[in-house]
Design a protein around this ligand. Sequence first.
Ligand code: MIC
Ligand code: SF4
Length: 652
Amino acid sequence: MPLTLTEKILSEHLVEPASLPARGTDIAIRIDQTLTQDATGTMAYLQFETIGLDRVQTELSVSYIDHNTIQQDYRNMDDHRYLQSIAAKYGLWFSRAGNGICHQVHLERFGIPGKTLLGSDSHTPTGGGIGMIAIGAGGLDVAVAMGGGAFHLSMPKVFGVKLTGSLKGGVAAKDIILEVLRRETVKGGVGAIYEYFGDGVSTLSVPQRATITNMGAELGATCSVFPSDETTRSFMEAMGRGSDFRALSADEGATYDKIIEIDLSALEPMAAQPHSPDAVAPISALAGKKVTQVAIGSCTNSSLSDLAAVAAIVKGKHVAEGVEAGISPGSRQTLMQAEKTGILGELIRAGFRILESACGPCIGMGFAPNSGGVSVRTFNRNFKGRSGTPDAEVYLVSPETAALTAITGVLSDARTAASDITANLSAYPTGEYSTLRDDNMLIPPLGSTDASRVEIIRGPNIKPCPASPELPDSLSLPVLLKAGDNVSTDDIMPAGAKVLPLRSNIPEISRYTFERLDTGFYDRAQQASGCMVLGGENYGQGSSREHAALAPMYLGVRAVIVKSFARIHKANLVNYGILPLVLSDPSVYDKLAMNDELTLSGIHSALKNGTPFTLVRKSDGLSFEATNDLDERTRKVLLAGGLAAWTRQGGQ
Ligand code: MIC
Ligand code: SF4
């Protein structure tokens, strides 16, 4: 039977069952590579340490420092030093602060077509740009994979995206993924992998493909993947890794669960409007809107070609008076390439503030917009408040749109700059990718003898990960929060300069739980002895941060009842022993209110037998069901009280 590329890579890595099962069935796959970043890494390695192995068991594991680089006090650097000592002790590569954003560096220096990559960051699917099955997960799942354990997921549907034609001047890869988001929405991809094919693929460079697979995370998808072709080969060769190249594509006649067709020639520049990545509108409908800030960078759009396009547009011009513009190159290598080719000088001359090669403004680490400001960003998420300014409006656009907007001061259609792009791009003599390579800020793994002598450095900011409680057979608890649809993990546990330094300290970070939705939650949870949370559709979308499960667990949340879940967050809840319950009848949501006292009994037998859960409201006896859509292994993990307990009991 002809296979999709997704099915080919998954079956090469299948641990269980023996062959690919029906969609939705639990599968276990072998993980070749892992990545972590500093904001999720400390918890992942604290978990890895408890497994008790001498060395990571993967082909390659990399620990990146890219999120918490502001270092207002000792805490961020305490984390960095812990992570560096862990890398040395357990045989990981270490990418030092300043070396760049994990996804960009991984694509350039480590990614290999046809391999699997599991990362404790939701944008790990960036690797799909070179034909990897690259998946974002919680830190605990990554710790298990580093220990040689398989990664469990439900066999995804495979959605084909057929690209035809080629992009017109001023239209960018970002506009392709914004078009997919416009059609599919932020929950359209849950349980699916998006696989790109068609004549249009060969017109896109690897960085363009990586922009698309990166922001595929916003669809809620498991990941996205492009074929590995001659374009991939030249990228790998430019990165000095030609021998890692392998050609990969779907078989002729492969069947997809659905096919979306996009004619690249018909696309126009677009923007995701506040406050959701799927609130997409054409720039032509928004043009003229006054802007106060422009930020270029993030793991979505910070490659050399992105910076080159910006420089081509701003050449000889200057950032408008009412606009503050900043740029954070995706990697130190990109920054050096930009310097060598004259791109950097052009950007400095035009008035861009040059920010560090790191996540920076994307995660609210500095460069917050003014109050009520309008910030135009090349990033992938514009959830309310994520920029650090609660009432700012954030628009997500391509580097071309951002560049033109920076010099005009108003949202502008980059098609009008098409001739500047063509005329000026040739000034940068590098072609698509510079061959300059620099690995000086990457520290290779130590050999076992040296590694065994390494002492782990634990500053006062590193606190042990709290254990999940046992799961009782019945729970009688109040609903302490009623949330709406599309609650993001940023809503559950915010990031930003104030909160990120607390990622290694759960008791402290738990104070911020649900702060964006309800500032009283923490106090109420402190007073109650245990509680439940109610949510709408696509609960837990966005970031992979397991702190959005860990902190609620620490505060006594025992069950989350929703209309539907986002994939990574649901897995994180299970990993920390919180029951993820999906209402069988979504209309019950409207009948339930905050402070309702709900009784859930017979939990153990429901988990053992896979039968629905029954809940009863104490005040009036209203009885309703939650589906038991959990596979057998997940139910066993919950019965054990979470993944760590299950693994200790010998579970796999
Ligand atoms: C994000 O973009 O939200 C983050 C910060 O990279 C997160 C990880 C985290 O919260 O540490 C993600 O995407 O998973
Ligand atoms: Fe960093 Fe932003 Fe990418 Fe997350 S989305 S990894 S914060 S650049």
